[in-house]
Write a protein that binds this ligand. Structure first.
Ligand code: AMP
Length: 420
């Protein structure tokens, strides 16, 4: 199958080919023809599936065919600044031969340059919800000319508390219009909103809800909480470890881990909500270019990040929300490559691990790293435990708490990946 055969215009196919893509991904193959027909769409697709091009290509095609107006004719709403910037880049890339005008408006930077940009007129607007509401409130942009609206990562916007903002945006949109919703999972509130805002939508589901990418090798290393930094440092010394994304539960822990790794000679940066937008952009660009080899991130900051060539994702802390595990490990093994997802799990994180295994539908391989293990008597609820010196319990992988956990999850312990 080719992009031509899906009905994509030759000028767009040319740009897509220049980006290195010749075969549509499954979500593209299913979504593009429906969107080109003008239908509403609900797509259950996680990042890494090629979903951005799935909504951008037909939307750009529609804009290229219409007449120019000062008001935007297409709107893409996405949860994070980084995602918005990425989508803005793809608009420029895929629309390289179309002469369309686009703008990206996100929080964390001054309103004034965005206001000037919006007033100059544009065809497609990419925005995060909060900043879009600010501009709407000040009359800097009107949505009355919107023909196509895309809500990208709708579930994440809901998680981040943007539901009221999204409702406000929907209320400002004209009808009829074409509405496209992309969401990896479908919380009830989002489903209700989507049902109210779409008309006879085409449905596309490319992977079972929350199924991790099959090409990701997953492993759990049991470790005492106090030993995690040491173990992380050790893992990063392995020769096959390249560009690595490390997830922590909190901003403070991201900073602590970054400081510890810096001392060990890694080229490290941290991104989280307390960093300025320019620091986040600098860190991300450094990671993309390879100047930084280890990016420490919290879930929200890293959601949807698209960086090619991430060889390893390390869960320094297991996430509290099991779906976040799937989003995290989807940062590696992108676009046909393989990758490794390593989780450092302390005894007190056993409940999170069980929840993740239930979600992905299989047990994740557990493997002790020599010199790092958990005490066999460790209780799940014991928060503080004595520091155990390195090397005191080699081969602790057979420790009972983990063995128990594995039986509960019903797996052999040797399976390498989740079933779909
Ligand atoms: P997304 O799901 O939109 O975050 O995209 C995931 C990755 O797949 C990005 O790096 C895209 O550049 C890449 N990609 C998009 N379309 C294709 C395609 N047809 N073939 C291969 N890679 C693609």
């Amino acid at each position: 199958m080719t992009f031509d055969s899906l009905g994509v215009h030759p000028d767009i196919v040319r740009a897509v080919r220049a980006a290195g893509y010749t075969t549509p991904t499954p979500v593209q193959a299913q979504a593009i023809p429906a969107v080109l027909e003008g239908r509403d769409l609900i797509a259950c697709a996680q990042t890494g599936t090629g979903k951005t091009a799935a909504f951008l290509l037909p939307t750009l095609q529609r804009l290229a065919g219409g007449r120019k107006s000062r008001r935007p004719r297409a709107l893409v709403v996405t949860p994070t600044r980084e995602l918005a910037a990425q989508i803005g880049d793809m608009v420029n890339r895929y629309g390289a031969h179309l002469g369309l005008r686009s703008a990206v408006v996100v929080g964390g930077v001054g309103m004034e340059p965005q206001t000037r940009r919006l007033r100059r007129g544009l065809d497609i607007l990419v925005a995060t919800p909060g900043r879009l509401i600010d501009h709407l409130g000040r009359g800097n942009v009107q949505l009355s000319g919107i023909e196509v609206v895309v809500f990208d990562e709708a579930d994440r916007m809901y998680d981040m508390g943007f539901l009221p903002a999204i409702r406000q945006i929907v209320a400002a949109l004209p009808s009829p219009r074409q509405s496209l919703f992309f969401s990896a999972t479908m919380p009830d509130e989002i489903e209700a909103l989507i049902r109210r805002s779409t008309n006879d939508p085409a449905l596309v589901e490319v992977a079972r809800r929350a199924a991790p990418a099959d090409a990701v090798r997953q492993v759990v290393h049991p470790v005492e909480a106090s030993q995690k930094k040491e173990l992380l440092k050790r893992l990063l010394e392995r020769p096959d470890v390249g560009q690595t994304l490390v997830f922590t539960r909190t901003k403070a822990r991201a900073n602590q881990v970054a400081r510890r790794l810096e001392r060990s000679g890694r080229r490290v940066a941290a991104i989280h909500g307390n960093k300025s937008q320019s620091a986040r952009t600098r860190a991300l660009n450094g990671f993309r270019s390879g100047r930084i080899d280890t990016l420490i991130a919290t879930d929200i900051a890293a959601r949807g990040l698209d960086v090619e060539g991430v060889t390893h994702v390390v869960n320094f802390d297991l996430p509290h929300v099991p779906e976040d595990y799937v989003h995290r490990i989807g940062r590696t093994a992108r676009a046909g490559r393989s990758g490794d997802a390593i989780s450092l799990a302390a005894p007190e994180e056993r409940a999170q691990l069980s929840a993740i295994e239930r979600l992905v539908g299989s047990a994740i391989r557990i493997e002790a790293v020599e010199g790092f293990s958990v005490s066999p008597t460790a209780g799940a609820k014991t928060a503080a435990r004595p520091h155990r010196p390195r090397g005191s319990r080699p081969g602790g992988g057979k420790d009972k708490p983990w063995a128990r956990n594995r039986r509960r999850a019903g797996g052999s312990g040797q399976r390498r990946q989740a079933t779909r």
